[in-house]
Design a protein around this ligand. Structure first.
Ligand code: SIN
Length: 305
């Protein structure tokens, strides 16, 4: 009998599989397909203080090995999420969830985290300083170590829940930003968000996406995400949630060997909505195949050589 349990800042998860924010909504549509209580947890739709309509359409462009999105943080706002989404979520998901938070100012991040941090169903806060699709917010906090540290310490002051900072790969040195977050009190790091990309419609001679550019995710970014998890693991001593193009049980094991304590699955949910369930069911067999008794024991295992 293999042990698939993992631990994030004192919170024990049955397994490391976590659907990523923005690819799983509040879980409702997926709960109609299968019992989502098999998941380790899930990171719900990125929430801001105020409701947001999002970016103009088209917002999605298909690519080789993935897709580009420019959703623009569409969400109903924190008040609605607390009053409606979370109570409903509690009827079909019995575990704690990850609250993904975005913002346009330090005060906004702090306010939204304070409100969501008070909710019993929230196991940890994932603070997104890496959305590439909005101006004056999102990624602008995640491309500068001082700004990343400022958001981190502001959020830490308003909640007792663990705070994980979600980082952008669209930077020269992700390690420097991860270290700044750790020094400012972050309990963990989530990485990576999407990579800035674009497609052009040859017939129209125009960008496919109305906002011209967007975040590229899917299998194509897996080696880059893996490399960044590996580098950040060597520089920080807080847990890492690894993500970026993860689509198979082997990808999950690789992410954990690179240094991830848990693994998020994003774009793959959009291709196969049962993918997380399939990966969870196959995990024990894959662990046996590679002689792994406990997933906790392999975290960072590729750094030994
Ligand atoms: C979006 O809403 O534009 C995507 C969120 C993100 O990339 O952080």
């Amino acid at each position: 009998m293999v042990d698939t349990k993992v631990n994030l800042s004192g919170w024990e998860l049955d397994n490391p599989i976590i659907p990523s924010s923005g690819t799983f909504g509040f879980g409702k549509e997926f709960a109609e397909l299968y019992d989502i209580n098999c998941l380790g947890s899930f990171s719900f739709k990125g929430t801001t203080r105020d409701p947001r309509f999002g970016n103009p359409t088209p917002r999605i462009a298909e690519c080789h090995a993935g897709l580009i999105n420019s959703v623009g943080l569409q969400n109903p706002g924190v008040e609605h999420v607390i009053a409606h989404e979370l109570p409903e979520l509690g009827t079909y998901f019995k575990k704690k969830v990850i609250a993904n938070v975005s913002g346009f100012s330090i005060d906004e991040y702090a306010y939204t985290c304070e409100q969501l941090g008070k909710q019993d169903c929230v196991g940890l806060l994932e603070v997104n300083i890496s959305c590439p699709n909005v101006r004056h917010g999102g990624m602008s906090f995640g491309t500068n170590p001082e700004a990343a540290a400022e958001v981190t310490s502001a959020v830490k002051q308003v909640t007792d829940k663990p705070v994980y900072i979600k980082l952008s790969p669209n930077v020269t040195d992700i390690v420097e930003i991860a270290k700044a977050c750790e020094q400012a009190g972050a309990d963990g790091i989530s990485l990576i968000n999407t990579m800035l990309g674009m497609r052009i419609d040859i017939k129209r001679r125009k960008p496919v996406i109305a906002n011209r550019m967007g975040g590229y995710s899917g299998r194509g970014i897996f080696p880059i995400a893996l490399r960044m998890v590996y580098q950040v693991y060597e520089a920080v001593s807080i847990p890492i949630i690894g993500m970026g193009g993860v689509s198979t049980t082997e990808d999950v094991i690789e992410m954990m060997l690179a240094g991830a304590s848990a693994v998020q699955i994003g774009a793959a949910n959009l291709i196969d909505p049962w993918i997380c369930k399939k990966i969870i069911e196959k995990l024990p067999e894959t662990m046996q195949k590679y002689g792994i008794n406990s997933l906790k024991e392999i975290i960072g295992g590729a750094h030994n050589g």
